[in-house]
Design a binder for this molecule. Structure first.
Ligand code: NAD
Length: 260
């Protein structure tokens, strides 16, 4: 069904983005990866996708906080694949501090990466999608796109903004074969959160699983981490024909966090 489509996934050299890239490749999509990391390791991940799934996979190292680099990446993807059929705005970063002590440069970075980068990729990709009469835009938001937590002013503001952008793009593209949706993960098992879990595990004097239970008991009723594969499978579903009429929604995948 998705065979031969092209997919650009921002922030896809690790974690949720890499899993989305691999799952879309498994459906036959050609992939453009983006993100930071050791060039040798990134090249291994890129070639693994090509070999395992028999698709084309390329990589662009655009810093998603820099407008000129985003434009360069969008042009490169368009030249390479003729199209961008599926756009996953996944890049994101976090910093925690009380709002009156929040470093201004961190505020600017979080807003540019977690929100503005999606505006820029979408405005580049939409004319092609409109011309083709088909497109999928999927934004990685967060439970923090729906509810707030202390010390996360920039992240919560950016992710709420991303949920709002998702709705506007959905309305402006409705009936044109294009959908725009977001998904909103709770605590998800990526390398990013392992240090926080290990710190908590040592505080409660237990193992990794005890750290998970303690950390998640504050917010995530299931007390279980979301798996990156579960998010990636949701993205594949949102790209399918079954999801043609799903647009403008932000789907929580949070073990009950936002049901409270
Ligand atoms: P991650 O750190 O594994 O992934 C982040 C990706 O973004 C990496 O590929 C990294 O290289 C890339 N990146 C960072 N700065 C960049 C920049 N300036 N330019 C280009 N690429 C850059 O983290 P993750 O947990 O997989 O997070 C992915 C998304 O999921 C983020 O938007 C995050 O806010 C969201 N999210 C994560 C969780 C969680 O618990 N892990 C929960 C909710 C939402």
């Amino acid at each position: 069904m998705l065979k031969g489509k092209s997919a650009l996934i921002t922030g896809s050299t690790s974690g949720i983005g890499l899993s989305i890239a691999r799952h879309l490749a498994a459906q036959g999509c050609n992939i453009m990866l983006n993100g930071f990391g050791d060039p040798v390791v990134i090249e291994q991940k890129r070639t693994a996708i090509e070999k395992e799934f028999n698709v084309r996979a390329s990589y662009h190292g655009a810093d998603m906080s820099k407008l000129a680099e985003i434009s360069d990446m969008m042009n490169a993807a368009t030249q390479q694949f003729n199209n961008i059929d599926i756009l996953v705005n996944n890049v994101g970063t976090q910093h925690t501090a009380p709002v009156d002590q929040f470093p201004v440069e961190k505020w600017d970075l979080i807003l540019s990466l977690n929100l503005s980068s999606a505006f820029h990729t979408i405005r580049h990709a939409l004319p092609m999608m409109k011309q083709n009469g088909w497109g999928r835009i999927i934004n990685t938001a967060s439970v923090h796109g729906l509810v707030a937590s202390v010390n996360k002013a920039a992240y919560v503001a950016a992710k709420h903004g991303l949920v709002g952008l998702t709705k506007v793009v959905a309305l402006e593209t409705a009936g044109q074969g294009i959908t725009c949706n977001a998904f909103c993960p709770g605590w998800t098992h990526t390398e990013l959160i392992e240090p926080q879990i290990m710190t908590r595990a040592s505080e409660v004097g237990g193992a990794f699983e005890d750290g998970v239970r303690s950390l998640l008991s504050e917010k995530q009723p299931s007390k279980q981490l979301v798996k990156v594969e579960q998010l990636a499978q949701l993205v594949v579903f949102l790209c399918s024909g079954a999801a043609d009429q799903i647009t403008g929604v932000s789907i929580p995948v949070d073990g009950g966090w936002t049901a409270q």
